[in-house]
Design a protein around this ligand. Sequence first.
Ligand code: AMP
Length: 276
Amino acid sequence: MLEASRRWRVEGRSIGLVPTMGALHAGHLSLVELARGENDIVVVSIFVNPIQFGPGEDFERYPRDLARDTQMLARAEVDAIYQPSLQVMYPRDSTTRVHVGGVAEPLEGERRPGHFEGVATVVTKLFAAVEPDRAYFGQKDAQQVAVVQRLTRDLDLGVEVRVGPIVREPDGLALSSRNVYLDAGERKAALALSAALREAATAYASGERDPDRLHAVLEARLRAEPLVQVDYAEVVDPATFRKPAGALSELLAVVAARIGKTRLLDNHDLTKPFPG
Ligand code: AMP
């Protein structure tokens, strides 16, 4: 089932691609399910993309377990796993990078210089290799979704970008491959992220519309947890990932925080009730 390069295009059959960095969990599998429902062929890519990690980030220690991933994907009945080598993705003489402006600039773009350039480059290459009709991304990485949508439109990549909802643990923690880094105390502290989003959604539901006051609700909940170091906690327009200019039909609360050595992200559209 492991494949080295492109070969899935068959006349009259649609292809759905789920790009991942492996260390798969139920969040990834939910995207596979979505893809299976909408395509004839499902390809899952597994590639820990070095150029989207900054210096000092967790590229080396990022969890890798191809045997387990392969088993999970076999059970999910995917048609192929595309696992390109580093050499195929970034040959020694490759110098091209895909830069997305605008929505790629604030928040993650500011905190992780080069990150979205790495994401946009790898996504462009994966699309070229797999030639999918549709590609599936998780709302968990909300700004990444916006960047990929911008990229796909601006470069006429001809791929329909589909977005799956955030899959959470029963207690609210968003599933992430990085959750395995958390020890028991940190795992408990990590609940502050989803709790903060829940509280902000409750405030919104009670009539609070002022982004600054909604921001204060997020901050207060996160700061109440000593193990959590807030990177950002903002209420943004999901079209720009910047402060909303006026009233909006969607208002995205986005949080990034460090717990020990682990950096976690979460988000929620405050105009909707928080799940669970
Ligand atoms: P990653 O392997 O972390 O690069 O993630 C691969 C894809 O799975 C990305 O589109 C993520 O947004 C998505 N994903 C990660 N965690 C979740 C989650 N908890 N729920 C839904 N999708 C997720």
